[in-house]
Design a protein around this ligand. Structure first.
Ligand code: GEK
Length: 244
């Protein structure tokens, strides 16, 4: 179950490249895959801990939506020291969540963590102070994103925070292609071949739909956040901090 492996999922030529899914094969290689594929991921994770520490209110609930194997969940947990909070992690991939349970149990921090295998769109949120969507919203259909963000905004206590990390696209097509080339180079520098990068790109293109930073900021404002600002960007991957 905890047999983490290097990501070679797309290393051989595939006759058909199926749509990407968070199944057992992906769960097994996930830590390696996300670090080698998402520029800035290894910076964003510890910053989620700091942001959580800053915005979590004593005795409140915090959520990690799309928690995968729990990297962002553990960062939040470590930011919650002595605040008597409860942390809830949710993911709709059973393979991911099974491994997440294991990593949470290995960590001996006292803040309680509840994990649920569920669609984040079906959740009834308790009043909460910090919500993390670390590269998760991008997997929802575009027209369903506002409904989720409105629910989060309604549940967040005054002064509470949403951390929203996303793969983004740029409005200017030329600038967009420059960032895509740099992302390709980032993956090559991390040991992926052109074939792997290209097959993964085909697998994910109908599943992960990026939007512009302005699309995200406008939607957050429409959903009642009092401020929303980009706090981090590395190539076409960015993170926004939105305050209720
Ligand atoms: C990290 N936050 O390591 N409901 C629940 N979970 C979902 C849904 C949904 N509707 N859609 C996708 N997921 C993590 C990384 S990964 C990002 C998050 C990536 C889950 C999906 O199963 C997967 O585990 C996660 O969202 C996205 O900081 O792979 O690029």
């Amino acid at each position: 179950m905890t047999d983490q492996r290097p990501d070679k999922l797309f290393s051989s030529p595939l006759s058909t490249v199926n749509d990407f899914a968070f199944d057992e094969a992906v769960a097994r290689v996930f830590p390696d895959m996300i670090q080698r594929s998402v520029p800035g991921y290894t910076t964003i994770i510890p910053m989620i801990g700091l942001i959580t520490e800053q915005y979590a209110l004593d005795d409140s609930v915090c959520y990690d939506l799309g928690c995968s194997l729990g990297a962002s969940t553990l960062a939040m947990r470590h930011g919650l020291k002595n605040k008597r909070c409860k942390l809830v992690g949710i993911d709709n991939s059973a393979s991911m969540l099974e491994r997440c349970h294991h990593y949470i149990e290995l960590d001996n921090d006292p803040t309680p963590v509840e994990l649920f295998c569920a669609d984040i769109q079906e959740i009834e949120f308790e009043p909460c102070s910090v919500v993390t969507l670390n590269f998760t919203l991008q997997f929802l259909a575009k027209e369903e994103r506002a409904t989720l963000l409105q629910k989060i905004s309604n549940a967040l206590l005054p002064g509470g925070a949403l951390i929203l990390s996303e793969k983004i696209k740029l409005e200017d097509a030329n600038a967009q292609s420059h960032l895509e080339e740099l992302h390709w180079l980032f993956k090559k520098a991390n040991g992926y071949s052109d074939l792997e990068i290209s097959q993964k790109r085909t697998a994910i293109e109908n599943v992960l739909v990026p939007e512009t930073t302005n699309d995200h900021l406008q939607r957050l404002s429409d959903c009642g956040f009092s401020s929303a600002n980009n706090w981090y960007q590395c190539f076409n991957f960015s993170s926004i901090l939105a305050i209720k």
